[in-house]
Write a protein that binds this ligand. Structure first.
Ligand code: CA
Ligand code: CA
Length: 587
């Protein structure tokens, strides 16, 4: 005991003299309460409910125009691709992930690098949509993230040294990992690390897994596709769905997709973790008549057991690659525990988050072709002639009838997270207005090969813009205001009690808009396109705002005619941190 006491004295002394900040323990309460504590950001979404709302007001409508860079740090190297990360901040240290499965710890006062971790990636990784990473998770003395070769890596937060590594699955079969892991409390297992899988274009089967944070050891696994068996504590648990072939024909469920590639959110009020699931495989819907559960859905999972408590399918029998992965954001209104989620398919859904009951759905992009509306029963009212045709019905069986579909498969909204303001009661939804020619082709599953059975070309539908940030009232579906952007929006949104909506554009502008009317109050060019998500926190009495800049993501790779219009945008990799000049902050 004497030894321990001596150690504590020494480390306290080290803290006071050392210029490099040291990490304190991140406790599960810190994560659960993250939204309420303004001096740190210890979860993806600025709180596990994913509202991306800060109660800070020091930066506000009156002074945001004066926001100025405090420091910037380059991610360096030859690996400047899409930077889709959201920084985390704890005790004066920022943790960011970058393209090609890299991570950094940075001193938030100076912007100096404390350590850098470069994951050694093997040849032959199969990321579908750029070599991105969307962020890390903090717990205890560790920082954890996923890699493009489908591994989870737990690093010592102080040193960046590897503590544990676990393989999620075989990267040669198309598995990879890009989402920010989610850490949730459980009674049975302590804090659990919840992750999904990427690879929905390769016929993988989606699943959500719960692991011990300290070791990465698997506790439970829950496949998203009907017919597959889950596991708990090393033993088979229950099958997903009611029975094999209830909503899938033949053997197609075995390579059924439903990838959980965007990770999840957690609601402390209900104790549920919400994950979205991607497209069914293959894209050609005529091969798999039925609803194809739980592809293109939101599922609520009990973290104690990995059991699905409820599911809600946004696009049954998807034929457009309308992945249902988008973040489920909890909010309370009308005395109800609700959740909203804006889907690739162009509709914003409001659900009862206690049981998944459908409340309402509103179109948040224009000219939607595939469905007339979402019916009172929560199912889409399809427009049958706007479904891409069956290749078997064609002349030679090689190509089905092509249709023009809106939204495009990159979605009315893609991965980029929206924000909810407790002040304005509006959701700020980063959306894109575009369509695509899409047609089906014959396809068979082959391990590690694209499993689409479809061809496509994305096209704009308006002359002056594709990107559209909309402020939407979740109780009426009314759009309070819209901010149009020439290039497609691909970055996340942050809103604050200072009345600001922060987001970035592919043109490189980091912007602050008035949360009430959308008027532009602040804009700063970061030198490369922004596809990351901003954060804000309070550091030594000052409000700070950070965004990682660096153009890339799916649009330049898959954007068809749209990709040509953004081909001139420069790649990069830079963390920008802003604050008010001291004089102004004091006023
Ligand atoms: Ca916090
Ligand atoms: Ca997909």
């Amino acid at each position: 005991m004497k030894g321990l006491k001596w150690l504590a004295t020494v480390s306290a002394f080290a803290l006071t003299v050392c210029t490099v900040p040291a990490l304190a323990d991140v406790k599960i309460e810190d994560i659960v309460n993250d939204a309420a504590t303004t001096n740190d950001v210890v979860s993806n979404g600025l709180g596990p409910q994913g509202q991306r709302y800060s109660t800070l007001t020091a930066i506000n409508k009156e002074n945001v125009a004066n926001l100025a860079p405090a420091w910037a740090m380059s991610l360096g190297g030859e690996k400047m691709r899409g930077q889709e990360t959201q920084p985390l901040v704890k005790d004066g240290v920022m943790y960011i992930t970058g393209s090609y499965s890299r991570m950094w710890a940075i001193d938030v006062k100076t912007g100096r690098e404390i350590w850098q971790y470069d994951h050694r990636l093997p040849e032959g990784i199969l990321p579908c949509c750029d070599v991105v990473n969307r962020g890390a998770a903090l717990y205890g003395d560790k920082v954890i993230f996923g890699t493009l070769d489908a591994k989870l890596v737990g690093l010592d937060a102080k040193t960046g040294k590897v503590v544990w590594t676990k393989e999620i699955d075989d990267f040669k079969a198309g598995y990879s990992y890009t989402a920010a892991p989610l850490i949730v409390p459980t009674k049975a297992h302590g804090a659990l690390l919840l992750t999904g899988v990427s690879g929905g274009e390769f016929g993988v089967v989606g699943r959500v897994e719960g692991r011990k944070v300290d070791t990465g050891e698997l506790v439970w696994s829950r496949p998203t596709i009907e017919g597959h068996m889950g596991s708990l504590n090393g033993k088979p648990s229950t099958m997903t769905g009611d029975k094999v072939n209830a909503s899938w024909p033949g053997d197609l469920w075995k390579t059924g997709g439903g990838a959980t590639w965007l990770g999840g959110t957690y609601d402390p009020d209900t104790g549920l973790a919400f994950f979205g699931t991607g497209n069914p495989g293959p894209w050609n819907s005529h091969m798999r008549p039925g609803d194809n559960k739980w592809s293109c859905s939101r599922i609520a999972i009990d973290p104690e057991t990995g059991e699905i408590k409820w599911g809600y399918q946004t696009t049954p029998n998807d034929g457009w690659d309308f992945d249902g992965v988008n973040e489920v954001v909890s909010f309370d209104a009308d005395g109800k525990k609700l959740a909203a989620t804006a889907d690739r398919n162009g509709f914003l859904y409001v659900l009862d988050r206690t049981n998944g009951a459908f409340q309402a759905a509103y179109p948040f992009v224009n000219k939607i072709t595939w469905a007339k509306e979402i019916g009172k029963d929560g199912r889409p009212v399809y427009v049958p002639e706007n479904r891409p045709g069956d290749p078997k019905a064609g002349k030679d069986g090689k190509k089905g009838a092509s249709v023009f579909a809106v939204p495009s498969f990159l979605g009315g909204k893609n991965w980029m997270p929206m924000a909810y303001s407790q002040q304005t009661k509006l959701f700020y939804v980063p959306s894109n207005e575009w369509g695509m020619d899409i047609w089906n082709e014959p396809v068979a599953y082959k391990k590690g090969a694209a499993y689409l059975g479809a061809g496509f070309t994305i096209k704009p539908i308006f002359e002056d813009h594709i990107g559209s940030l909309k402020a939407i009232d979740p109780l009426t579906g009314k759009t309070a205001w819209e901010y149009k952007n020439r290039a497609p929006l691909w970055g996340g949104v942050l809103t604050t009690a200072g009345g600001i909506v922060f987001f970035g554009t592919p043109e490189g502008e980091f912007k602050g808009l008035d949360a009430t009317d959308g008027k532009e109050l602040f804009s700063f060019n970061t030198g490369s396109g922004i596809v990351g998500s901003p954060i804000t926190w309070e550091q030594d009495g000052e409000q700070m705002v950070s965004i990682v800049s660096g153009w890339g993501g799916a649009v330049p790779l898959w954007g068809g005619e749209v990709a040509k219009t953004v081909a001139n945008l420069n790649q990069g990799g830079m963390v920008w941190t802003f604050k008010l000049p001291k004089k102004l902050a004091a006023n």
